[in-house]
Design a protein around this ligand. Sequence first.
Ligand code: NDP
Length: 283
Amino acid sequence: MAKIIDGKAISRAIRCEIAEAVKKMDVKPGLAVVLVGDDPASAVYVRNKKRACEETGIRSESYELPCSTTEEELLSLIGTLNKKSDINGILVQLPLPKHIDENKVILAIDPKKDVDAFHPYNVGKIVTGDYDFAPCTPKGVMSLLERSGIEVEGKTCVVVGRSNIVGKPQALLLTHANGTVTVCHSRTRNLKQVCLTADILVVAIGKADFITGDMIKEGAVVIDVGMNRKDDGKLTGDVDFASAEPKASYITPVPGGVGPMTITTLLENTLTAAKMSLGKDTE
Ligand code: NDP
């Protein structure tokens, strides 16, 4: 039987550590959360982020703008937040309304306050391995592995999915941790054969229960990033838990696996940004 990687418990432990670190700071870290429009899922994410900040003593400022906000208005707000010395991190909740160019918005954020690590400057630093921030979900996966005592070095790692926010940075972080990494996507031939080589399998495709037990090597570590809403409203991952769990040595559940780590990593990145602004060692 696989060991269940408890993302909620690991997340709680990291949040306690963050709260301890924040307590020792004279000036509390500040995160600006910007939401444009009225997408209900985005509103929930923003609310959860604000709550997580409160839990750890990080100050949060929220900017909830109507859908009619123009690109210029949003860029101007980001310019203002870039200059605010009590704001260390800026998070613009994506997706943005269609009339706003997401790339322009990401480029406008000061890379030192880019706690989502989407700015090309930070993406470049992740490629070279010399980075301050890594995107929240892939970095959260690395924390889950580390805190579960799972060594990446020398392991065969397969990442299914190549998005800019999960798959690609995940592959880079695993490579920096000395894993041997293969990235799969919708054009991959023989996906099952490739998955069967994985000692560590990370799945981020957005297709409910897509990876089944017959695609998993005996004893593999299975990390399910997927979050899919089923017709009955229940959340399910990209991995079919029932058939995968008997094959795996470790597995993340959905919900309660990778999900809680994403916001926790956002808090870690905000703390890092605050320490950087004070010129302190971020280790
Ligand atoms: P994207 O839709 O941006 O990317 C999906 C990737 O999966 C693409 O690279 C695509 O390939 C690949 N893919 C799609 N179908 C297949 C297939 N049949 N076989 C192999 N590869 C396939 O998704 P995201 O990366 O943004 O998100 C992935 C999942 O993770 C979603 O369920 C999302 O909700 C979840 N997620 C969870 C987070 C969390 O906090 N837990 C945070 C972010 C995402 P191609 O490039 O060829 O199109």
